[in-house]
Design a protein around this ligand. Structure first.
Ligand code: NAD
Length: 450
């Protein structure tokens, strides 16, 4: 039996191991999930919610333990990890929203009466990244199950223990084979995509997302992709500079920058640029770097490959003329010092490819039009943020940004009940909100004469 070993990126210590699922066994996992599906569907939406609600208590009881595990496995600060673990227990509102989303709708036009049903698709594959090792699975597994599908879940090879712990908690309340876990890396992911599943819900990189979409096209499997980003932050001349800098630091450095909606490009108006760069530099310089378990401000990168990618982008940017405002003094093991770069130009690799590291890149602009044009100059379109003193004016700039989610004087994520959605190459389909939940269903319409 081949084992997948999980190491703490801060210390190199072995956290644990799981058996790798042999690729040739993956079809049998899908077959088991398919056999379990009719029984799960037969419970109805309320019945399924009643089962899943019991898991909320388990997640609440294990929040500290799950937080410690995620922090050890991928390095995020303990407080962030525990916050993520606690969020799993708050499912009541969302379960109700899912029940509402699945409720049949009757539509009449004076001649006909149609009922629109939202039925399960069958078996759903859920393939997840490592940066939010329990929240990302939850965002896909919960709506997939609530819709009456059974699920074969493949956690990231970087965080198999957290993925397994997530599934173990749910499996304490779920019937057999409704949620199955396969472990491994891209070979297992590819095999799952090619298998007899009806739907693939994927969160991860744009490149892998494109590969999955191509592979799924052969038999038109349903696909939902939540991908990477290169999110801009636009700081207008009338912005509260301290608040904007504080936000920029938080959203560039939390989870060591390994967040899909991290601020990756900052466009700041000339008039306030110096003040903004200094304020951001001050916050960055004060940040404490350390092992996730010590609850620092910034933990390690998830692995050496990710660290090397960030360091290579930083070095190339500095060689091409970017100015180091804070940090920039390299790394120790998997730790990268939180770094602020100014005078970043659009042609630099760090301005175009996703960085996914603790780096804030500042570019000065001379007009709102220039800020909007340069912010939109990307194939990505996940989140964006505008800071400005006049909410209405900042809102008008926000409307011109071609991202799926735009925050005004706040992070990009929307109110509860709204979609989590990437535009352009940041996504295909989406999650959350009633419309997001319905992506895990097959719509069917039955019509009678009136
Ligand atoms: P990744 O694409 O390398 O891997 C994601 C998952 O896909 C892993 O489980 C991996 O084993 C599997 N995989 C790899 N190759 C595969 C293939 N060919 N077929 C099927 N599965 C395959 O991504 P990652 O490095 O784990 O995560 C970081 C990325 O995720 C970043 O780009 C980030 O922006 C993105 N992300 C997006 C969101 C969002 O909501 N849009 C949220 C979190 C992370």
């Amino acid at each position: 039996m081949e084992l997948l070993k999980s190491h703490n990126p801060a210390t190199g210590d072995l956290v644990g191991e799981v058996p790798i699922t042999p690729v040739d066994q993956i079809p049998s996992f899908v077959a088991r999930a398919r056999s379990a599906q009719p029984g799960w569907e037969a419970l109805g939406a309320q019945g399924r919610a009643n089962v899943l609600r019991q898991a909320a208590e388990i997640f609440a009881e294990r929040a500290e333990e799950h937080g410690r595990l995620m922090s050890a496995e991928m390095g995020k600060p303990l407080k962030e990890a525990t916050g993520e673990a606690k969020s799993l227990s708050r499912m009541d509102h969302e379960l109700q929203e899912m029940i509402d989303a699945l409720e049949p709708e009757v539509v009449e036009d004076g001649r006909l009466r149609s009922t629109v049903y939202r039925d399960p698709l069958g078996v759903c594959a859920a393939i997840t990244p490592w940066n939010f090792p329990m929240a990302m699975p939850s965002w896909m597994v919960l709506p997939a199950l609530m819709a009456g599908n059974t699920v074969v879940f493949k956690p990231s090879e970087e965080t198999p223990l957290s993925g397994q712990a997530y599934a173990d908690a749910l499996n304490q309340v779920l019937p057999d084979d409704v949620l199955l876990v396969v472990h491994g890396a891209d070979a297992q992911g590819k095999s799952l995509v090619r298998s007899d599943v009806d739907m693939i819900a994927f969160t991860g990189s744009r490149e892998v997302g494109k590969h999955i979409l191509r592979e799924a096209s052969g038999d038109l499997k349903r696909v939902v992709l939540e991908l990477g980003g290169k999110d801009p932050l636009v700081v207008l001349a009338d912005a509260d500079v301290e608040a904007a800098a504080k936000f920029a630091a938080w959203n560039s450095f939390r989870n060591a920058g390994q967040v899909c909606v991290a601020t990756e490009r900052i466009f700041v108006m000339d008039d306030i640029a110096k003040e903004f760069e200094e304020a951001l530099g001050r916050v960055a310089s004060a940040m404490k770097l350390g092992s996730g378990q010590e609850d620092p401000d910034v933990g390690p990168m998830v692995n050496a490959r990710q660290r090397d990618h960030v360091l290579a982008q930083l070095q190339a940017a500095v060689e091409a003329g970017a100015r180091v405002v804070a940090g920039g003094d390299g790394h120790r093991d998997n730790f990268v010092t939180p770094t602020v770069l100014a005078d970043v130009t659009d042609d630099m690799d760090i301005a175009t490819r996703e960085t996914f590291g603790p780096v804030a890149c500042v570019t000065r602009v001379s007009s709102e039009d220039e800020a909007v044009e340069r912010a939109n100059d990307t194939r990505f379109g996940l989140g964006a943020v505008v800071y400005g003193g006049d909410e209405e004016k900042a809102g008008a700039v926000a409307r011109r940004l071609k991202a799926g989610m735009v925050g005004v004087n706040r992070p990009p994520g929307g109110a509860v009940g709204t979609p989590w959605i990437g535009a352009r190459e940041s996504g295909f389909g989406f999650h959350k909100g009633k419309d997001g939940h319905r992506q895990f269903t097959q719509t069917r319409v039955v019509t009678h004469k009136l």
